[in-house]
Design a protein around this ligand. Sequence first.
Ligand code: HPA
Ligand code: ZN
Length: 315
Amino acid sequence: MPLPKAELHLHIEGTLEPELAFELAARNGVTLPYADTEDLREAYRFDDLQSFLDLYYGLMAVLRTERDFADLADAYLARAAAQGVRHAEIFFDPQAHLARGVSMGTVVEGLWRALGDSEARHGVSTRLIMCFLRDESAESAMDTLMAAKPHLDRITGVGLDSAEVGHPPVKFREVYEAAAALGLRRVAHAGEEGPPEYITEALDVLGVERVDHGLRCMEDPELVARLVRDRIPLTLCPLSNVRLRAVDALADHPLPAMLEAGLRCTVNSDDPAYFGGYIGDNFDALPLTDEQQRELARNSFLAAFLEDDEERRAA
Ligand code: HPA
Ligand code: ZN
């Protein structure tokens, strides 16, 4: 039996396996610039975050209908359940779909078709977190938040992802203030490729409750002390870090040292179809003791947004 755990850093578009990509391409009459699934997998050699993002956004062309988003999410939830996931907080990137003429309603209601049945079908409870693309403008992020208003009963929080360097958290101050006023929880990617200062800014300016990745905090001992003191959860993704070259090799991954430092770390899969494994594979990739594995699993539930959204909004 795999260890029960919560997954807190998972981009649903990053679960698009090559086989499903070709199936959806055929269903929607989309021509992919790859001969077959093997040819596509050959392209999964990344130099950094941007080289991955180029492929990730490109392949989204096959996602067009509610059914496509439902099939994508249901396939992820089945795989996650098999690796012990009992609760999943799922990121989605609406701007990448709106830009292709796919509506917010298609994306959210499509995902919800799978998420709404997930407890019954897979034994996995779910939350949705809408991410803003930080390399797009703050105005575009605000427009996206407004477009999501009719769907807020489906959305628990907001996040910030895409190309990090040069797009500091402060750019999104007003958007996060508006999200907080709407009762949304707040997280942000910070300290993946960007400097430790972006982590501090995400906490101080955006008011985030969790930091996604955050591994570059290790360059700043005062920041580490603050994160430990305030028990700020970090959602680490070891296989992603190696594939995108945030760390040189799994043996160099700072996660064991981060646990040692007292940080509230969790292990997650980020974009499992692209990075060579789902959450259990990420746990297995690192030299962790049984006690460390249990600590990581415990942290994942402590860091989850598990209370009822309606109760929280009414409070
Ligand atoms: N970092 C930033 N943006 C992303 C990622 C990531 O790891 N995955 C999907 N969008
Ligand atoms: Zn991510």
